[in-house]
Design a protein around this ligand. Sequence first.
Ligand SMILES: Cc1cc2nc3c(=O)[nH]c(=O)nc-3n(C[C@H](O)[C@H](O)[C@H](O)COP(=O)(O)OP(=O)(O)OC[C@H]3O[C@@H](n4cnc5c(N)ncnc54)[C@H](O)[C@@H]3O)c2cc1C
Ligand code: SF4
Length: 516
Amino acid sequence: MKIGVWILGDQLSLYGSAIAPLPVGSPVILIESLNHGRSRPYHQQKLILVWSAMRHFAMELKQRGYDVTYTEAEDFSTALSNWITIQQITLVRVMTPTDKPFRSLIHSLQLSCPVEQVANNQFLWSSEAFLQWAKSQKRVLMENFYREGRKRFQVLMQPDGQPIGNQWNFDKENRKPPRKADPNFNPPPPLWFPPDSITQTVIEKVNTLDFPVYGDSQQFGWAVTRTQSLAVLENFIEYRLKTFGPYEDAMVTGEDSLWHSLLSPYLNLGLLTPWEVVQRVELEYHTRETIGEHRIALNNIEGMIRQVMGWREYMRGIYEWSDPTYPNQNWFNHHHPLPPFFWDATQTDMNCLHQCLQQTERLGYAHHIQRLMVLSNFALIAGIQPQAIEQWFHSAYVDAYDWVMQTNVIGMGQYADGGVLASKPYAASANYINKMSDYCKACPYDPKSRIGETACPFNFFYWDFLHRHRQKLSHQGRMGFILKNLDQMDEAELNGIRQQAIRWHQRYNSHPSTMA
Ligand SMILES: Cc1cc2nc3c(=O)[nH]c(=O)nc-3n(C[C@H](O)[C@H](O)[C@H](O)COP(=O)(O)OP(=O)(O)OC[C@H]3O[C@@H](n4cnc5c(N)ncnc54)[C@H](O)[C@@H]3O)c2cc1C
Ligand code: SF4
């Protein structure tokens, strides 16, 4: 039997379960498929990142003695068939893709030898372990899952079984509004890398593709190797971790990442493992004192570990656990098309949207609160179809994959699953954005007005959303207070809000999006 390993673009790890047990010298294939690139208008930097990281990984495998085939092809099937024939392979082994559509694609391949999928080991929790845990729960809540993970993997735990600091959650300390006036509010610059000759070649390829793409390629500076990804992790530990927590939810013009880690692209490609990130952060907590430095405050350490061990693992677990109808769910029955400005930031004068969208075009990155409380929140309260905004997110971000889209956009952002994942919809008016960012200061709209020429659309859409879904929302325990405010609203004002929301849609629906 001659086994060959097929390494997918988001499995760039020597520890991957398909490649790790294979003797050096074995045949390995990596395929750049143009058809896959055509499947949606991907951000140019996503294509550059994945293809360049694949080429670098292929080079590393060659240097380690593997018999590497690197193919630029129209589709996976032809490239695999040729490789199987030339190498006389009798079994293709591949690590089970994280994304379900890719699993189906593998099943549909008609090859001359079988394809064996081995369990994916790119997450802390195996799928089976998550499903077993979920079975034991009345509700699959993130907080319970996270605590179970902390105990199971013994992260930030005391010998008595209690969490270090005797508290599981420091979120309250991690919601500070931005303080630009404070001289200490000085976010460090991100670590970028000038493109090397391999990346330059990929940039040229992407610049001349004959299908639609999104965003810019000029500022490409993402890490494309494991060594560079580890440097980003170290840069985060050195300059960002100590202030990661407090301003996690803040948004500031001109500050693309504040103290966020920028690690998601590398975790999602397999260039970093979640366990090494968690261990490195915990180590920093335990060691700074021993070298005579101040210990990093626990809200920063726990905050970061919660993201990687909690949210990231939980989102992937829910993706495995959810049924095949999940991607098509639409609990609020929202059907408006995506406004065209999502594909072109210059087309909106709403400053918060403009800032987040132009940053996304420039980098393929926005941090969590920009994604959740500006972009996704707007789509939710404006009644955009969840699948339309999900498709956009999947195109727009360099770290986007099906597994992370379904849960974050359909579940968390749009509440289209009816509350499987979130205890209430992440819907907010301009109040929230005005408090947590400086965007409103430079906006032609008034964050305090609900109706009128200059009323902020986040306001009339927010109240209109509550009004339209009053019945459904009244069953959500955490909505009681806000629904009382709605009930006290004057009927004429509510009517005005409704009319303004309708007029806004009429304006945009007459110019349907060209990319969607
Ligand atoms: C609507 C929406 C869309 C999103 N799209 C993506 C996406 O395409 N790809 C993606 O990886 N994440 C996505 N997220 C989750 C999160 O916003 C990003 O992981 C994060 O912003 C990446 O930036 P960072 O590495 O600087 O994160 P940090 O704030 O530094 O967080 C550290 C790490 O925690 C992990 N993490 C934190 N929250 C989540 C989460 N909810 N789901 C998964 N991982 C998480 C990421 O790996 C991240 O690198 C989305 C969230 C929302 C609400
Ligand atoms: S006023 Fe409204 S549209 Fe303008 S930045 Fe603030 S929240 Fe966004």
